[in-house]
Design a protein around this ligand. Structure first.
Ligand SMILES: [Zn+2]
Length: 427
């Protein structure tokens, strides 16, 4: 008995020890530090008699290593460097490294340059749409480097900032990480002003490739103008680099505090009440046309799940099918966004038998009679042929409900008869 209670107590303690060590082993806060440029890509550079040629790639590496050394002393952080020496990791490598590591924050450090010597100060960029033209110069300077690398060329070849898909992708990413990126950017710029007495040009949104592909809050910090004498001397100095690194470090600490507070304060998501299905099915009528389009025709604007139904000589193109109101409304919005401005939702009674008429499958429309050894006539039995206005219309089967017709359509697709159209015959 004594033995039993003793061992119970022992295991009881062990249990709590394990429990606390599990709770204590929180995931480290992972920061990716990206020193801009490197290797054959020097970034911005200017010659000054006091310091020789001041190169952006050297300043960014020095600042990043200083920030990293401070963070490494804190066991709550895991630091990933995109480079620790004078080499050039491609932008693809920089972003895939960041994404693979599931980092919490991505910081790319750079120096600005202008064709004039007067502009000075710091600015921090977050991912976003172009807001003004001066930012475009920064985008060009920082993005030009992508063409140094073959892998980048493939990666970005398909990226067209004017295409709607790219914009949609950007918007989704922005809404998810923009707020956090802006918050961190404001900490950085705030520290530059308050602690280092620098001039801040602000936190700005800009489409920069190095930020675009990151699946985490990301900023690009322009630590000063290499083209401005005072900024350049500051960037070249040990004191200046220490101050910049200190301000970035303090911003990371403050950001993590906010991050931790939000993580503990986040309310549990309310369970979403289950949506009751509607009695009818709903399809979105995109358009009616005398022409038959196959599924890849540009007229269908890239929408999938389209069911054409022929009725009175017109092809009606229906998109999606659902008995949930939320999905129906969403499908309607998708159709209108795709360019079908007059799209409208049509209700279908499920498994409704036609009182008059029937459904059939139009399997071919030709100007010449099909030969008896054509694929269609060889594969299917009892195919009907009607000649109308000089054309031959081939149909197959009689079905009393739309669902039966859809089923038959799938069955003949398995036999290799594609692009048939369900036809409603009203007599
Ligand atoms: Zn740069």
């Amino acid at each position: 008995m004594i033995n039993y209670s003793f061992s119970f107590k022992k295991y009881f303690h062990l249990f709590f020890l394990l429990l606390f060590s599990v709770i204590g082993a929180q995931k480290k806060f992972t920061v990716v530090l990206d020193a801009g440029h490197g290797g054959s890509d020097h970034g911005a550079n200017r010659y000054y008699s006091e310091v020789g040629t001041l190169r952006e790639k050297d300043v960014t590496l020095s600042v990043v290593l200083k920030v990293g050394r401070m963070l490494e002393k804190n066991k709550d952080f895991k630091i990933i460097y995109t480079r620790k020496i004078d080499e050039y990791p491609s932008l693809t490598e920089r972003t895939t490294l960041a994404n693979r590591s599931k980092a919490d924050l991505f910081i790319s450090v750079h120096c600005n340059a202008s064709t004039k010597t007067s502009p000075y100060g710091t600015e921090t960029f977050v991912q976003g749409p172009d807001q003004n033209k001066t930012n475009l110069e920064v985008a060009k300077a920082e993005n030009d480097v992508i063409y140094l690398d073959e892998k980048d060329r493939e990666m970005f070849a398909s990226y067209d900032p004017k295409s709607p898909e790219s914009l949609i992708a950007l918007k989704i990413q922005q809404s998810k990480y923009l707020e956090s990126s802006l918050l961190f950017g404001s900490f950085v710029e705030g520290n530059f002003v308050k602690k280092n007495k620098r001039f801040s040009r602000g936190v700005k949104q800009q489409n920069l490739h190095v930020l675009r592909l990151n699946a985490m809050p990301s900023v690009l910090i322009e630590t000063g103008f290499i083209s401005n004498y005072d900024d350049a001397m500051y960037l070249a100095s040990e004191k200046g680099q220490n101050e910049i690194a200190g301000s970035i470090y303090d911003a990371i600490i403050d950001y993590k505090k906010t991050f931790d507070r939000n993580a503990t304060a986040a309310p549990k998501p309310e369970p979403v009440p289950e949506e009751k299905p509607l009695k009818n099915d709903f399809r979105i009528l995109l358009m009616s046309s005398p022409s038959k389009y196959n599924s890849t025709d540009p007229a269908l604007k890239g929408l999938n799940y389209i069911l054409p139904i022929k009725e009175n000589g017109m092809y009606k193109y229906y998109y999606g099918t659902t008995n949930l109101a939320s999905v129906r409304d969403n499908n309607l919005k998708t159709a209108r966004d795709a360019g079908f401005k007059n799209a409208t939702s049509i209700s279908f009674v499920p498994n409704q038998k036609l009182g008059i008429g029937y459904y059939t499958l139009e399997i071919a429309v030709t100007s010449q009679k099909l030969s008896s050894n054509s694929k269609v006539l060889n594969t299917l039995k009892d195919v009907n042929r009607v000649k109308e206005n000089g054309k031959f219309y081939y149909t197959y089967g009689k079905f009393s409900s739309l669902e039966e017709a859809v089923k038959a359509q799938k069955a003949i697709e398995l036999k290799g008869i594609d692009d048939s159209v369900i036809q409603k015959v009203s007599k």
